[in-house]
Design a binder for this molecule. Structure first.
Ligand code: ADP
Length: 610
């Protein structure tokens, strides 16, 4: 009888499980519910696809994004796994046909959107077929406290309890906070599930935060350094998406765009252009990407700061899914904070929540925004910052983020901190950051003079420091819990008990301060070296294999990475397989793909070696 390892090798062409995968597979196979918390790109899909292959019946995979289901089905069929999707993008005839085939037990996996569970036809069909398992993808959508709540997810438990026999349930997410995890267990009514949380570190990702004077110019530079690579540029608004895409196109880049304001037709055409490598840059809002398994995305640039670390890590994590070195670059500006704050506080109310719950939700979102801002302004290791946010331990430095690559000096900022804190204290905790900075800088603006703030004893006492540096120290004080912001529309700074220790000289504060203002040179040099092809790989052969992959991808109408990911082509260049057995040793080559494509790739390799 087949076991999980032979399915992994035979279908997916991988020889070993990654951390946590084996445990989840075992749990589901033994009938025990499971919650699988892994970062984007860690390999959650295999955790339900393998049990689906080994269990009797059909697995139902509930996923929020219908636009991607076709791609998932295409990819699975290339691995030799019979699957289908049922969603509103199909015609009634297609849906009926798929349901008929499902009743004949033709599929091991069926993808559906949560809304589908509520339709009579679908739930009636589910009572007639044998369901091996329910897999809930992006399970954090069930949590009202999470960053991506979808009310339709709340109906999943009801659907499951309405089935003739309760199948085992697996929940999958990349969101790791305790609250969300508890919500998943509760709202999906999981019964004593095995919870597996793997490390959130993605060692192949390089993180950096930059504050360019002109974001567009910087983007031009960054993408210019990565011309032959595929990447995503995330913007916070539709307007930004359009501007940035137009700008990049005018500079000769193959850029396309994606946001919710475009027609369904354009969205899917643009998405395909990107997936099929006809366009190399996707400029998009966060509407793009959930579930996207384009494995060769080698950079993700955030043109605007996202609203929380969860979103950032998920979006940035779309880079380097194939394990290759990739860059995650965030362009920060203070304006992004204000826009996000506006979007959070002015958002339409959720009718499913009471007014109090609504307020609590806004507060939570503002809290998350603040931590996101700290990420952008911190001088600590960026990787460590995020890992700690997800509840993990992290080394002091990673040597693979812009902060660790830069030259910092540990500077005693106690005196500066005292000046800031006493300014807040003497103005009786009535102002926000910008006003405090203006007072300290001795600004002559009307808003300061008309309120007689120039009469304050702290007026102008930090005029030698740049406003950015003062803000950096204020943010640091916030991070150190000496002060906090209160209020949503016009947040004001309040002192916390710890600040009195600093004011009385009982506490000293040291902060990592960059030696130069814009010393990101090393980052982009390091990026350049990473954008080259791996050492020891024959570039010419790789190009020939890519050409063949492109031909196949075009004739079959699937993205190139669905035929083979880059990692498989690179491994072919190393192993130079000439027989079927050798071809099966290549990473990412399973039986079906070997039969389907092996001969054609080997013939290119043979000819080349001859
Ligand atoms: P997630 O859903 O967690 O974001 P995916 O399931 O899409 O991630 O997997 C990301 C990539 O990792 C895919 O290209 C997948 O084929 C690959 N992968 C998954 N498991 C393994 C494994 N055990 N060995 C090698 N590659 C793997």
């Amino acid at each position: 009888m087949a076991d999980k390892l032979s399915v992994l090798k035979e279908y997916f062409g991988y020889s070993e499980f990654r951390s946590g995968q084996g445990e989840i597979v075992d749990s589901l196979l033994s009938g025990r519910d499971a919650v699988c918390i892994m970062p984007t790109g860690a390999g959650k899909s295999i955790c339900y696809q393998i049990p689906a292959m080994l269990m009797d019946g059909t697995a139902i995979v509930i996923s929020p994004l219908i636009s991607l289901m076709k791609d998932q089905v295409n990819a699975l069929s290339r691995f030799g796994i019979p699957s289908a999707c049922i969603n509103s993008s199909l015609s009634m005839d297609e849906i009926n046909f798929t349901m008929l085939m499902a009743e004949h037990g033709e599929y091991k996996v069926i993808y559906v959107a949560p809304e589908r569970l509520e339709t009579n036809e679908f739930s009636a069909m589910c009572k007639r077929i044998k369901i091996s398992m329910i897999a809930v993808d992006e399970a954090h959508c069930v949590s009202q406290w999470g960053h991506d709540f979808r009310p339709s997810y709340l109906k999943i438990a009801e659907f499951i309890s309405g089935l003739n026999a309760r199948p085992v349930v697996g929940a999958f997410t990349a969101t790791a906070t305790r609250e969300v995890k508890d919500d998943i267990v509760r709202a999906l009514k999981l019964s004593s599930p095995l919870v597996v949380t793997t490390g959130f570190d993605r060692p192949n990702l390089f993180f950096s935060v930059i504050r360019p004077e002109s974001k567009l110019q910087k983007l031009n530079e960054l993408i210019g350094e990565r011309r032959d690579k595929s990447g995503i540029v995330y913007c916070s608004t539709r307007k930004n998406v359009e501007e940035v895409q137009e700008y990049l196109s005018s500079k000769g880049f193959l850029a396309t765009r994606y946001h919710a304001g475009l027609s369904e037709l354009e969205r899917s055409a643009n998405q395909d252009d990107f997936l099929f490598d006809r366009k190399t840059v996707m400029v998009a809002t966060n509407a793009f990407g959930m579930g996207i398994d384009k494995s060769n995305v080698s950079y993700v640039i955030h043109y605007n700061m996202p609203k929380d670390i969860e979103s950032y890590y998920q979006e940035a994590g779309r880079a380097g899914r194939d394990g290759s070195e990739a860059d995650c670059i965030l362009m920060y500006s203070g304006m992004d904070v204000r826009i996000n704050r506006f979007l959070i506080t002015k958002k339409d109310d959720n009718p499913e929540l009471t007014e109090e719950e609504q307020d609590a939700l806004v507060q939570k979102e503002l809290e998350r925004l603040k931590i996101m801002t700290f990420y952008c302004t911190t001088n600590e290791c960026l990787r460590g910052f995020m890992l700690k946010y997800f509840g993990e331990k992290a080394d002091l430095t990673c040597d693979k983020c812009s902060n660790c690559m830069e030259n910092y000096t540990l500077t005693d900022v106690t005196v500066d901190a005292q000046k800031i804190l006493s300014c807040i204290f003497k103005t009786r905790e009535r102002f926000g950051k910008s006003t405090i900075i203006k007072i300290l800088k001795g600004s002559k603006e009307d808003s300061i003079i008309s309120r007689e703030l120039d009469k304050q004893s702290t007026y102008g006492i930090m005029k030698d420091l740049s406003p950015q540096r003062i803000r950096l120290i204020i943010n640091y004080l916030e991070e150190q819990e000496c002060i906090k912001e209160e209020g949503t529309d016009y947040p004001i700074i309040k002192l916390l008990p710890k600040s009195y220790g600093v004011l009385r000289g009982k506490l000293t504060l040291s902060m990592k301060v960059p030696k130069e203002a814009e010393p990101k040179k090393q980052t982009s040099d390091a990026a350049k070296s990473r954008t080259g092809v791996q050492k020891g790989i024959d570039r010419e052969l790789l190009d020939l294999l890519k050409l063949l992959r492109k031909e196949i991808s075009q004739s079959e109408g699937v993205p190139a990475f669905v035929v083979f990911p880059d990692t498989a082509l690179l491994d072919m260049c190393i192993k130079l397989p000439k027989t079927e057995d050798e071809f099966l040793q290549v990473i990412g080559v399973g039986k079906t793909k070997c039969q389907r494509y092996g001969e054609r790739f080997m013939s290119v390799i043979r000819q080349y070696c001859d």
